[in-house]
Design a protein around this ligand. Structure first.
Ligand SMILES: Cc1cc2nc3c(=O)[nH]c(=O)nc-3n(C[C@H](O)[C@H](O)[C@H](O)COP(=O)(O)OP(=O)(O)OC[C@H]3O[C@@H](n4cnc5c(N)ncnc54)[C@H](O)[C@@H]3O)c2cc1C
Ligand code: FES
Length: 344
């Protein structure tokens, strides 16, 4: 099918395959369509179909709440065209300098629990993928309708044949329950890389990371990249990692290693929202600091002198992300220096 998009920056044309969403088709062909979650929750990819037939994948998608379907409003991440279509997108479509996403097949490997409700998993890819630290992929299985977004934990400077991912179990969640049933060797579909909350060493700024739960995933990739290029020789970093209690923590050994390779310029604070003390924490993790409270509140108290010339990365549950964004802006960080992913 042929897709024509009218935007505030002119017309863009691309092809769309059978069973492909308009968003994936455009991004795959280098048309930098607006999106955030790529999975139906945020509403950023809204468009109006001016002509053509189409099918909505997920009619109840939360991102579609404010749309007017009777006028042809759609989410591009939830729409398969059924004929050639002409659409109007109410924004600019700027050129992208990011790796182009593409579909790949993958095999799940090394699914293992890190805590009671957090699991690590790898995906061996049918073809290697280049991605920027902080990006994510959309993962689908034939057993479930719709893809789920997961941020890469690893970083490979050339091209990764294997993605390291981490999942925080959502009670009753489709992919959560599916993965926790133990899925080593299962085939999955992967679309990516996606996401604009990326770390680029050439920007030369200090970094602030605020993560709730599995929101630490993309931060691990950012820190891995930073350490690989010895970024903390000349720049400072602060990571605030929030979980409920010490037994919900993971990646503390890896975070300790990042601190140890940072020339004293990286600080990692683990914020426990439901526990106030930990007897042997300092002995076990001398490189890390411990605090009590919600992670965005802990960050708010500690970033006043860190925001000048910094870029902030935020990821996790939406209320935590909103709290962190408020804290960063109140401390003077301009909106353009804040990059975030809401895990909704
Ligand atoms: C950019 C981004 C990065 C993320 N990174 C991570 C991460 O690294 N680790 C992590 O634990 N979580 C991450 N998440 C959250 C993750 O994508 C899932 O929402 C979470 O794992 C719960 O999925 P579930 O299938 O268990 O729950 P469910 O409630 O079954 O599904 C949750 C999500 O799946 C999609 N979905 C559900 N039903 C349908 C349907 N019928 N059709 C189409 N789509 C549907 C929607 O996006 C929905 O919000 C990220 C989210 C985003 C947006
Ligand atoms: S990008 Fe389509 S709803 Fe978020």
């Amino acid at each position: 099918m042929k897709i024509a998009i009218q935007s505030n920056s002119g017309e863009h044309r691309f092809d769309c395959r059978e069973r492909e969403t308009i968003l994936h088709a455009g991004l795959r062909q280098g048309v930098n369509l607006p999106y955030e979650c790529a999975t139906g929750t945020c509403g950023t990819c809204r468009a109006r179909v001016m002509s053509g037939e189409y099918e909505t994948v997920w009619k109840e998608a939360p991102g579609a709440k404010r749309l007017k379907p009777e006028k042809g409003d759609i989410l591009m991440c939830q729409t398969h065209p059924r004929s050639d279509c002409s659409l109007r997108v109410p924004s600019q479509i700027a050129a992208s300098n990011q790796p182009r996403p593409a579909p790949r097949r993958g095999i799940l490997r090394d699914v293992k629990k890190l805590t009671d409700d957090v699991a690590h998993f790898n995906i061996d890819l049918s073809e290697p993928m280049s991605f920027e630290a902080g990006q994510f992929v959309v993962v689908g299985t034939r057993d479930l309708t719709g893809g789920r977004a997961y941020s890469m934990v690893n970083f490979d400077p050339s091209s990764a044949a294997c993605l390291d991912l981490v999942l925080k179990r959502k009670p009753g969640g489709g992919f959560s329950d599916w993965l926790f049933a133990g899925r080593n060797g299962e085939e999955v579909e992967v679309f990516g890389p996606l996401g604009r909350a990326v770390f680029r060493p050439s920007e030369g700024k200090d970094i602030i990371c605020i993560a709730g739960g599995s929101g630490i995933a993309g931060m691990m990739s950012i820190l891995a990249h930073a350490v690989q290029v010895d970024y903390f020789r000349d720049h400072k970093g602060a990571v605030f990692f929030g979980v409920r209690t010490l037994k919900d923590t993971f990646y503390l050994d890896e975070l300790s290693k990042f601190v140890q390779s940072s020339h004293g310029n990286l600080e990692v604070v683990v914020a426990l929202s439901h526990e106030s003390s930990c007897a042997d924490c300092h002995e076990k993790y001398p490189a890390l600091k411990l605090a009590t409270g919600m992670v965005h509140e802990v960050a708010a108290k500690n970033i006043a002198d860190r925001c000048e010339n910094a870029i902030a990365y935020v990821a996790g549950p939406p209320p935590m992300v909103d709290g962190a964004l408020r804290a960063l802006m109140m401390n003077g960080l301009p909106v353009g220096s804040i990059r975030y992913d809401k895990f909704s």
